[in-house]
Structure formats: C-alpha cells, structure tokens
Design a protein around this ligand. Structure first.
Ligand code: TMP
Length: 220
C-alpha cells in the first residue's frame, strides 16, 4: 500500500529539543510498519560528510586552539558535507522511492549560520541552488523546547560539542529562527512543543506523517 513516492522528512530544532531521539524512534517505528526508509543526519550521513563533520565539530573547535574557522569557512564546510550527503545518500534513496528521515537539514543552516552567526543569506541560497536542485523536504518537524529544559538535557550529555557550550541567547536566537521559518509555511512545517518528555509527541509525529504521506501520494 505504501510504496509509491519518495518522501523526505527532516527534524529541526536546537540541541536539547529531543529531535535526535524522536527522529530515531520514528524511524524504527515506520520501519517496523513496513515502510522502505533510511535514517540519516547532518552534518554527516556518509563517510566523507562525517569526516567533514568531525573537522567542524571537534578538531578545529577544541578549546585549546586559539585559531578558529572564519564563519564563512564554517558555513562552506556544512555545505560541502551537505553536497556529499545529497549526491551519495539522499539523492539515491529518493530515486529508489524511499522515505528519507534526516536529523537536521537546510533550516539548521538558516537558523545557526544566518540568524545565529549573521552569515549572508544570499551566499547560502546561491550554493543551495546548485547543490539541492529540486530537492526539498516534504515534511519538517520543528521541535521547540523551553530553553531551560534544553540546557538541562544538554548538561546530561557525555559528549558535548561546541554548540553545547554556547550561550543561552544564542539558543534563543536559533530557536526563534526555527519558529519563524516554520510559521511561514504551515503546509510543510509542523511545530511541536517537546518540553515535557511526553510519549504523546511520538504519536503526534506518526499521525502527521501518515496524513502527509497519504496526501502526497493522492495528489500524484
Ligand atoms: P547535532 O548535534 O544536532 O548533530 O548537530 C551538530 C551541530 O551542527 C549543531 O550544533 C547544529 C550545527 N549545524 C549548523 O550550525 N549548521 C548546519 O547547517 C547544520 C546541519 C548543523
């Protein structure tokens, strides 16, 4: 019954929003239900893109290093990783009509680089035109969270990356950006408050996916 169109789902939100946990649970659930699906993430998702991820998140940004990437170098690395990821993983899976579930995608670049770091939007848009082609998520879940709750969740983590050490105001700015993006297009974006660790959120995600997937297949 469910094997017609490729479908691209992204999960977005700040660290501590619960998006990685929820996206993995969602993936396992629909796989068990018999959907042809893959799970992936950004930055990363392929061997080379994961190497770029390591450069971005660990090697260069350790606290001992005085020198840091310029914000445009940083942005280009995210975009380079994305290009590898699309060409070698997302694109082929979409061609095979799979359901692709991705933890973060282009909206993270808008939230973190454009709103967070003030990187020029046009610069990113131009490169996106080249590397994305027609690729666009069909459905994006934006997980919002009380900042104090997000910080609590982050503090529980063993491995902390550079963003986990950023200030409260940076996260507030990034989260506000996600909310703004989501409000502009309520057809594609679905915003959920995940401050409460409630199991119900998983059901909400599943139901929304089923509705959107059926609609997409109906409108073909
Ligand atoms: P993760 O911890 O959710 O896996 O994401 C790694 C970090 O990368 C996260 O702090 C957000 C950041 N990021 C950007 O700044 N820009 C991007 O385009 C992407 C995909 C992630």
């Amino acid at each position: 019954m469910y094997k017609k169109k490729a479908f691209f789902i992204t999960f977005e939100g700040i660290e501590g929003s619960g998006k990685s946990y929820l996206s993995k649970r969602f993936y396992k659930k629909i796989k068990r239900m018999g959907f042809k699906t893959i799970y992936t993430r950004e930055p990363g998702g392929t061997l080379r893109a994961e190497r770029i991820r390591n450069i971005i998140l660990k090697d260069y940004f350790n606290n001992k290093s005085k020198e840091k990437f310029d914000k445009y170098t940083d942005t280009l690395l995210y975009l380079a990783a994305r290009n590898e990821h699309i060409k070698n993983k997302i694109g082929p899976a979409m061609s095979e009509k799979k359901i692709v579930i991705c933890d973060r995608f282009t909206d993270s670049t808008t939230a973190y680089q454009v709103y967070g770091k003030k990187v020029n939007y046009k610069f990113i848009e131009n490169i996106h035109k080249q590397i994305l082609g027609n690729l666009k998520p069909n459905l994006t879940f934006v997980l919002r969270v009380k900042i104090s709750k997000a910080l609590k969740r982050m503090n529980k983590r063993k491995s902390k990356n550079r963003y986990d050490k950023l200030s409260k105001s940076f996260y507030t700015r990034a989260q506000n950006a996600f909310i703004k993006i989501a409000k502009k297009n309520t057809k594609r974006y679905f915003m959920i408050d995940n401050s409460k660790d409630s199991n119900n959120v998983e059901n909400i995600i599943l139901n929304k996916f089923i509705m959107s997937y059926q609609n997409a297949n109906r409108s073909s």
